[in-house]
Design a protein around this ligand. Structure first.
Ligand code: SF4
Ligand code: SF4
Ligand code: SF4
Length: 307
């Protein structure tokens, strides 16, 4: 990267920061933040850097710039069918989470600073907080491996052949986690030339050999089956800060041991865990950060709301 290129985002940030102050100052001067505001009729997960909800809705001019620059296209705009706050951007994590992409282009694109230009790193985003909302279905609590679980579900589907896209995704992950001996057993079963990951995966192209039942049994007896789901942590984009820690606990009533995914303060609420959670309804969900609604909803601040 040239010196000129590396400086460009910084000078743009400075420019946008200045314009934020001007627009926010103008909004306050004209009483825009103290008049009743049009707001969404439900809690919304806003893009990174969103100001507190009242100020955000006052500052966002519903231009859709953030949406246009979002690489995974996960930002949606409220429409008239969803009540107030029409045109304001939000994210539905289960349908597509914010991946906290480098440089936070949505923040840079926001012309008013409704997405705060002081924010430059995803790890500081503070969009919300992950909460284990369905512990009864959480595979970690149940001690179930996610890949085995997904394979078994695929096997239960009443279709003539399994969904190849999903099967490929599962097998790609599974093969990476097999021991050498397990890879050799796979090689023998399908008479493959070697045990490289690509060769083992080539069974997908030989549909007559893609014996799902055998694969399900094989996965269920592999070492991997002993490892309960940690998908939320594995997929979390905040890599160094460990937003989820798996804690061993004991049920005081039954004495049964289980492992609880405990959400830490370093979680920023991007929603990747909610999107990737393999259970039919996500076992983990994002509580958006909305300081203005604390008193109305009983939702605590993110620092107190740890699970
Ligand atoms: S940081 Fe998130 S919302 Fe913003 S552009 Fe990237 S993926 Fe989209
Ligand atoms: S991804 Fe996390 S919350 Fe979802 S089932 Fe696995 S451990 Fe539980
Ligand atoms: S735990 Fe990780 S993936 Fe889930 S919302 Fe928090 S930061 Fe995002």
């Amino acid at each position: 990267m040239t010196e000129k290129q590396s400086k460009t985002p910084i000078s743009r940030r400075k420019f946008l920061k200045t314009s934020t102050l001007v627009v926010t100052g103008a909004a306050i001067a004209y009483g825009a933040v103290s008049v009743p505001l049009l707001r969404s009729d439900r809690l919304r997960l806003r893009p990174p850097g969103a100001l507190d909800e009242n100020l955000f809705l006052a500052s966002c001019i519903k231009c859709g710039q953030c949406l246009q620059v979002c690489p995974p296209q996960v930002i949606e705009l409220d429409d008239i069918s969803q009540g107030f706050g029409i045109g304001s951007p939000y994210i539905i994590p289960r349908e597509g989470a914010c991946i906290l992409c480098n440089g936070l282009p949505c923040v840079l694109a926001c012309p008013t600073g409704a997405l705060n230009h002081d924010l430059s790193l995803g790890k500081d985003a503070e969009m919300g907080l992950a909460v284990i909302t369905n512990p009864d279905t959480c595979l970690s609590v149940l001690g179930v491996n996610d890949l085995v679980y997904r394979l078994e579900n695929l096997g239960k589907k009443k279709t003539s052949s399994p969904d190849q896209t999903e099967l490929k995704e599962i097998l790609t992950s599974l093969i990476k986690k097999l021991t050498q001996d397990e890879k050799k057993a796979w090689q023998t079963k399908f008479a493959l030339a070697d045990i490289s990951d690509n060769t083992l995966l080539s069974i997908l192209k030989q549909s007559e050999h893609a014996d799902l039942k055998w694969i399900i049994n094989f996965a269920g007896s592999s070492g991997q089956a002993q490892k309960a789901c940690q998908v939320c942590l594995e997929e979390c984009p905040i890599k160094d800060e460990k937003p989820i820690v798996f804690v061993s606990k004991t049920n005081p009533d039954t004495g049964k041991k289980y492992v609880w995914p405990s959400v830490m303060k370093t979680c920023v609420g991007c929603g990747v865990c909610e999107e990737k959670c393999p259970t039919p309804a996500a076992s983990v969900k994002i509580t958006p950060r909305l300081e203005w609604s604390e008193k109305q909803t009983g939702i605590q601040t993110r620092k107190e709301n740890l699970t």
